[in-house]
Design a protein. Structure first.
Length: 238
């Protein structure tokens, strides 16, 4: 019998990689990934199983935020190692019977991939045998409009995700791209952003002398204001 330390090598996509491609059947018909999503951000995420409590709370929360993500040009795609009929039955139950934190009659409109063979889950390193050999962990891949993986998070089976944080990640990445900046700890739109490090001693000197419109904690750590309205007007669609 195979122990977890002997398990075959698994592919784990990395930040900066092209998102591995696949064709799959989903609750919204067949998808061709990531080609079909070119031009959009997409969050590809896995969950362990249909008809389980943590996953149900997650789907209700994520589906309730789908419009919010759509305004940030970000689509959602789910996956679990379950069949299509199980997915359909579970999503019907969620809509018809479950109320969670005031969210009810929630229709999951984004595609949920059936992956009984684990083909897609294995491509994305979603099967982590120390946690489960048959269920996907709670993986999150944030993929940009060019099909490049920009952020990855893995959670264990027992831990429900923070979907406000996923939204924050999408906005922060888009802000970094649009304004050529980085975002500090706990950044939210409206907070100061980090400007790229100085490229010369002279620029470092100028920054420390306060000649630029920045706040410098030290020569290598300078921030500038970027107001919320400018950020949201640039990255959100109405
Ligand atoms: C859940 O979604 O509740 C769950 C799924 C698999 C293992 C543990 C919890």
């Amino acid at each position: 019998m195979e122990t977890t330390s002997e398990v075959q090598s698994v592919s784990m996509p990395r930040i900066g990689d092209k998102a591995p491609s696949f064709r799959a059947m989903t609750t919204q018909g067949e998808i061709v990934f990531p080609d079909q999503y070119a031009g959009s951000w997409v969050i590809l995420f896995s969950h362990p199983a249909d008809f389980t409590p943590v996953c149900t709370s997650e789907f209700i929360t994520f589906a309730s935020m789908e419009e919010q993500f759509a305004k940030a040009n970000c689509k959602l795609v789910g996956l679990s190692v379950d069949g299509l009929y199980s997915h359909i039955a579970w999503l019907r139950t969620i809509k018809e019977k479950i109320e969670f934190r005031g969210m009810k009659n929630v229709e999951v409109k984004f595609p949920l991939i059936e992956d009984i063979t684990m083909e897609v889950a294995k491509k994305y390193g979603m099967i982590q045998p120390g946690e489960s050999t048959t269920k996907a962990v709670r993986a999150v891949f944030v993929i940009d409009p060019k099909g490049i993986i920009r952020a990855i998070i893995y959670y264990p089976l027992s831990l429900g995700r923070n979907f406000d944080e996923l939204y924050r990640i999408v906005l922060a990445l888009q802000t970094a791209d649009a304004f050529g900046v980085a975002t500090p700890a706990d950044w939210r739109p409206g907070d100061d952003v980090i400007v790229p490090p100085p490229g010369s001693c002279g620029v470092a000197q100028e920054r420390m002398a306060g000649k630029e419109d920045m706040h410098c904690y030290d020569w290598f750590f300078c921030t500038k204001k970027l107001d919320k309205e400018t950020v949201l007007k640039t990255i959100l669609r109405e």
